[in-house]
Design a protein around this ligand. Structure first.
Ligand SMILES: Cc1cc2nc3c(=O)[nH]c(=O)nc-3n(C[C@H](O)[C@H](O)[C@H](O)COP(=O)(O)O)c2cc1C
Length: 354
């Protein structure tokens, strides 16, 4: 099992072509009414869509085996299991000899002699189905504290959404298969992904997440800092290669007089005039929306030939990752980013960082 969290924990298990994937969600208190329609809605958002997602289609119905009775949490561990139905490992056999560049094959084969490469085993994005189910419960827990979370696709390849987006417009992305905020961007991003797929290639992009409702002071400090833990949670998602808060790496080009988010009173409340720092100072919320972006690399498995080594002949070789893959991870990763954000916030609440 792979553990996330301290007070709210998620122990993830399973692999792509085993009987199931699942997790044990711990630390959610007794008495939370869980709206299963909302859980299923989150699961749907993670499912591959049209030609922009993997042809592997799964029903992805989460079974809650413990911890929820009559729609209400008992306070005990919540075991969530999702069956794997549509498995076909035949296209993965070649990777035992010729590991795919960009995927986990090479280190995994050398480190774990009995590594199961079918569907990429435990390194598969398939496990994020369980993450999204757990995150859907955590989202309902944090919404009890008036915290709202919404993510969307900021960019794919060279197509970037140029507008500043608040939580409401991020929610609009739920109507679009690429999770872009507008129809026009959805169309352009769809074209980019389909084009890459038809060229036996893949593309990456950026997911932006907005969190509203955190009171000033929410978050731990130092190694428990809210930004530190959100970043760690994001890096736990397969294919994440970077996280930035607010203006992120662009802060390097600014002066303090530009980057500081100044305070003023509005209707008796302290608010920031700008949000260059993404709503977090000293590891804690400054009351502005928390805004961060996560970059996902282009999907490593691509059908065009790439250089690799042959572990059997000990010679240089090539490999083509045929089989069923997402030509772009970003649209499906949006739901996963939201889920990991909800789990991080739930964990911080239960540790008293509120
Ligand atoms: C939702 C989701 C779907 C993914 N689908 C694929 C896929 O179809 N093919 C693939 O090669 N990688 C896919 N990945 C990425 C791999 O799991 C990931 O690149 C691999 O485990 C190596 O880990 P790393 O990229 O974090 O180094 C997916 C990731 C996520 C989050």
């Amino acid at each position: 099992m792979y553990r996330f969290g301290n007070a709210v924990t998620m122990d993830l298990y399973g692999k792509s072509h085993g009987p199931c994937v699942g997790c044990i969600l711990g630390g959610i208190p007794e008495g939370l009414k869980v709206d299963m329609d909302k859980v299923f809605a989150e699961m749907d958002l993670r499912k591959p869509k049209g030609r922009i997602g993997t042809p592997r289609r799964e029903s992805d119905v989460p079974e809650f085996l413990s911890g929820i009775e009559d729609g209400t949490t008992t306070g005990g561990p919540i075991c969530i299991e999702i069956k794997n139905g549509n498995t076909d490992g035949s296209k993965y056999m070649a990777f035992y000899d010729t590991p795919r560049p960009g995927h986990a094959d090479l280190p995994a084969l050398l480190k774990f002699p009995d590594h199961d490469l079918r569907g990429s085993g435990q390194f598969s994005g398939r496990l994020t189905a369980a993450v999204v189910a757990a995150g859907a419960v955590a989202k309902q827990f944090v919404s009890g504290y008036s915290i709202r979370i919404a993510a969307f696709t900021r960019s794919v390849a060279d197509v970037t959404d140029p507008e500043q987006r608040d939580l409401q417009s991020a929610l609009e992305s739920r109507n679009h298969q690429t999770r872009a905020c507008t129809e026009e961007l959805d169309k352009r991003i769809t074209e980019r992904i389909e084009e890459a797929g038809s060229q036996q290639d893949s593309v990456g992009g950026v997911v932006e997440c907005v969190v509203e409702g955190l009171p000033i002071g929410f978050g731990g400090i130092w190694f428990d800092a809210l930004d530190a833990e959100l970043a760690a949670a994001m890096f736990g998602i397969p294919a994440c290669k970077g996280v930035e808060f607010g203006d992120g790496f662009d802060l390097a080009k600014m002066r303090g007089s530009e980057s500081n988010d100044c305070y003023h009173f509005e209707d008796g409340r302290i608010v920031t005039t700008t949000n260059h720092l993404g709503g977090i100072v000293g590891g804690m919320s400054d009351g502005a929306p928390v805004v961060f972006r996560t970059v996902f690399k282009p999907t490593p498995s691509i059908a065009r030939p790439q250089h690799t080594v042959n572990l059997r002949t000990l010679e240089d070789d090539t490999v083509r990752a045929e089989g069923r893959h997402d030509p772009c991870i970003v649209p499906r990763a949006v739901a996963v980013v939201e889920a990991m954000t909800a789990l991080t916030l739930a964990d911080q609440i239960r540790r008293g960082f509120r």
